[in-house]
Design a protein around this ligand. Sequence first.
Ligand code: GUN
Ligand code: FE
Length: 452
Amino acid sequence: MNNVRGKVILGSFIHSTNRGKVELLKNALVLINTDGKIIELIESSEPGYSSALKKSQSSNSLYEISSHQYIVPGFTDLHIHAPQWPQLGKALDVPLEVWLQKYTFPLEAKYCDENFARMVYSDLVATLLKSGTTTAVYYGTIHQKANQILADICLNKGQRAIIGKVVMDNPEECPEYYRDSSTQSALEGTSNFLNYVKNHPKNIDHKVDVAVTPRFIPSCTDEVLQELGKLAKGNSTYVQTHCSESDWEHNYVINRCGKSDTEALMDYGLLNQSTILAHANFISENDMELIKEEGAGIAHCPLSNFFFSDAVFPLRRALEKGLRVGLGTDIAGGPSPSIFDSGRSAISSARALENGVDPSINRDQRGRKDSRIDFSDAFYLATKGGADVLNIPTGSFEKEKHFDALLIDTQVDNAKISIHEDVDNDQDVIQKMVMLATRSNIVRTWVSGLSV
Ligand code: GUN
Ligand code: FE
């Protein structure tokens, strides 16, 4: 079975439409139109079920999955550096500010070579689709051609993507070999890339979009940040940047701007409903309020935070305050391409924040109370939470959403997930999937009903 446009799928669906609730709907029907959007989800107990089932059988449009298969919404990776793919799994030994200069800028500088970009980006996008990422929010590099190649590849392979030309024009923080040659050229590069993507002949259904992308405040001059704020507003584009990631980064901004990242971004005109802030580990209560008021979203990247952030993001606090949050891999700060891994790391790091980690400290003082999250939060963040940060109609199987989905098989030879009807209730099945599923369990990925 390949594409499911115009089909009716019968089987077990798992989705979360709100934080705190994940449902397993057995023997449900999902009707998909010829554009790949969901017409309706009908549960077996609902009135129209039998007639819809009969109709799909007689019109030969029924697609039934097996009893050990489950369909879940595709994942959104809210924060990933495409050029860092060759660095995955290495260079995790030094702090952020050293890592950038020692490993990351030299690697990203190589994308002046178009062939290198094409080879890496093809492999990356294919791997992400196999890993369940149907939407990715990418940082590219400073190079026009390499960024265009990434957009072309996403369009050719059918991945939904938001891509940013990375802006870094500050001579004090960026080496000469990898820096926008001037503030003006950084702005022109951003506009040119925007025009390339908006006018791309293959981008008719707008699967690929653009984000204005100041790398982070330290990499950028005040002038470029101000102008990018205007550019983003004028073109109603997404904005993505790193925010209060580590002690060094957070303090650098306080020293230079006299305020936090969040407050400074606000003043540059870069904080709004289309902003994706990566990390935000060191945000204050006041910053949280500001982020909530402006409606910006947060890309929580727990695996990367273990290595580069010096602390754990107060995820539960942010969720309970009503902030919009999803997950990111932050490749290659985080050494895994899988949003399943991000979700599991979010669970473990929130538990570490709650319990504390230093055994020499008294148990009562070791951690921060009420910080844990559970598998249902992780599932929500990976699917609906991420889609909501981007304001796109994906992430659940509700009417009118795009059918971006994964077929999970629990019985594949090399990655079996043991489910026992006698002892596992519906929530147990979901928890096992969140905790145990790997890339091998994902046997098909659809974007807008097309198999990719
Ligand atoms: N801050 C600025 N650039 C980067 C990057 O590439 N990765 C991470 N994790 N933080 C950054
Ligand atoms: Fe990052």
